[in-house]
Design a protein. Structure first.
Ligand code: MD3
Ligand code: FE
Length: 222
């Protein structure tokens, strides 16, 4: 229900514009503030995961070190090294299975996908990216998953960042949008293989995450 002032007749859409659905391009929707209420729980989940599988900067097949630090939870984790990109059930640093996916991650991803029109989304992989000031992610496609009919759900926590998404070809000029704490984006259908990335994080302070931005990327890998 919209808050309503019976004296003036005003509808306070302030309160609802907080949480709103913004279609971005065909197949992609931004759910503004969709994760705000659960954010503290999500950050606790990240803390638990990183105590078992610490954040690390992975190497690309081309020999560069990624500027974002990463870890994973759930049955499968995304890894990169000199031999390529892949999903695997164990953390290469410990040889142990990735930590379990916290239930709030799974529930949020399922609810967000469903809000965007993808019912029954059951992620089996959650990549957690941690950006410190200066860290970025160059334009790329997510194509290490088996079934491109499955959407990807991305959750932004902490400091804001300029996200960029292009078309299906690397050279298509990217558009930029600001992704803020609590925003969730669902990418599916014709948007699933769009090029995307994030610009370098600007320094700042967020009450829940301190000086960093986290992004949860929930996927169905197999
Ligand atoms: C558009 N992460 O981990 S999430 C990644 O903010 C990644 O950490 C970024 O791209 C981040 O692969 C962006 C938004 C996102 C995720 C998947 C997509 C956008 C996407 C898949 C297809 C198109
Ligand atoms: Fe990506």
């Amino acid at each position: 229900m919209n808050p309503y002032d019976s004296r003036t007749g005003d509808l306070f859409d302030q309160a609802v514009t907080q949480r709103q659905i913004q279609p971005l391009v065909a197949g992609a929707v931004v759910l503004r503030q969709f994760a705000t209420d659960q954010a503290a729980e999500l950050v606790s989940g990240i803390d638990r995961v990183q105590s078992q599988a610490p954040f690390r900067q992975m190497e690309t097949p081309g020999g560069f070190t990624m500027s974002a630090a990463m870890t994973n939870c759930g049955p499968l984790g995304w890894v990169s090294d000199r031999t390529g990109y892949r999903y695997q059930p164990t953390d290469p640093q410990s040889g142990q299975p990735w930590p379990p996916m916290p239930e709030p991650f799974r529930q949020l991803a399922n609810a967000a996908a469903s809000t965007a029109g993808f019912d029954g989304f059951e992620p089996d992989a959650c990549l957690i990216n941690r950006y410190l000031p200066g860290a970025k992610m160059s334009l790329h496609q997510d194509r290490n998953e088996r079934d491109f009919d499955q959407p990807i759900v991305s959750v932004s926590l902490g400091l804001p960042v300029l996200f960029q998404f292009g078309g299906l070809r690397r050279n298509d000029r990217p558009q930029r949008i600001l992704l803020e704490h609590g925003d969730v984006v669902v990418w599916g259908g014709p948007a699933r293989l769009r090029y995307h990335g994030v610009l370098a994080l600007k320094p700042g302070h967020h009450p829940l995450t301190g000086g960093c931005r986290y992004n949860l990327t929930l996927r169905r890998a197999v």
